[in-house]
Design a protein around this ligand. Sequence first.
Ligand code: AMP
Length: 385
Amino acid sequence: MTFEQLGLCPPLLKALAAEGYTTPTPIQLQAIPHAMSGRDVQGIAQTGTGKTAAFALPILHRLAANPRHAGPGGCRVLVLSPTRELASQIADSFRAYGKFMKLTSTVMFGGVPKGRQARAMAGGVDVLVATPGRLMDHMQDRTVRLDSVEILVLDEADHMLDLGFIVPIRRIVTTIPKNRQTLFFSATMPSEIGGLAGAMLKDPAHVAVTPVATTAERVEQHVIMLETSKKRAVLFDLLMGPAKGRTLVFTRTKHGADRVVRYLEESGLPAAAIHGNKSQGQRERALSDFRSGKCRVLIATDIAARGIDVDGVTHVINYDLPNVPESYVHRIGRTARAGATGVAISLCDGEERAFLRNIEKLIRAKVPTMTPPGQAPIETRAKAA
Ligand code: AMP
């Protein structure tokens, strides 16, 4: 099945060719026909499956088929996203896929002044991508109106729940016309999310791809058992040897991330960190340096890494193992995106063995142990002695 066969309009096909996409991913194949027909969709899909295009393409197709003006402060499509990084990426995707169409879009999130966002909305736009908190601010200021929304997208609903956005979302939804189309995406469907979906969707088509355990199957995984004090040196050796490519390193805490950056920089290896204590500008710079290859090592915490979209990550290193086993699957899924394969290496000290056991239970597989680089396997060393 090709994008042509899905019936997308020529300007979209041209943009997809420019992006280098040749075949739709499974979530795109499942969701696009329903969304194009105007039906509500409830999708279970994680980042990395191509879910952004799964909603952006049919939306752009429908907007172009029926051009209309949303009116001052209004929008025809509202996409709600939990984080600013994800919101920016979604807006970038709309721009990339819609680049041969005459459609307008804008993005709004907290942490930056509201004035420019309000000005961007003044004449109305086709697509507004927003985080819930900042959108509520603009609604209170009366710089945004939602009475002309035709299509509503809720992305990463489970993450919205983690961040406490469910109440604002319910409030926002009450101001949107009921005869809209709604597309609802979440990586998991805990009962609270199921309830929210039930309240927002009308007779939805259900689509789902790659349950958490199968994402892990595409990634080559290793674990190095070691003492905590050895982690820094082993990380450095990994980055100079087996993990020479574009590498994402995960730490459990923000301070941990900063400490790792400092150590690597002192050892002569440029690295950058993204986490909640960094300013928007710092995060954007770190991401763009990582994307451009100026800096091939990026240190991230779980929350900060959600929604970062970088292709070609060859290695994920878990400097600390996550205490939530699902986070392990999310982390290693940052490599092996859109069908590529990747390598994940975890550093596990004595205190983290219990975390490793829980991870192995979740992925239903044992993570093979690996000898740290530059060190002979234990048996060989014993023979040499
Ligand atoms: P997402 O799950 O939306 O974060 O997308 C994951 C990555 O896959 C993004 O970098 C997209 O640019 C890329 N992608 C999405 N759809 C396709 C496709 N059909 N072919 C190749 N790459 C794609």
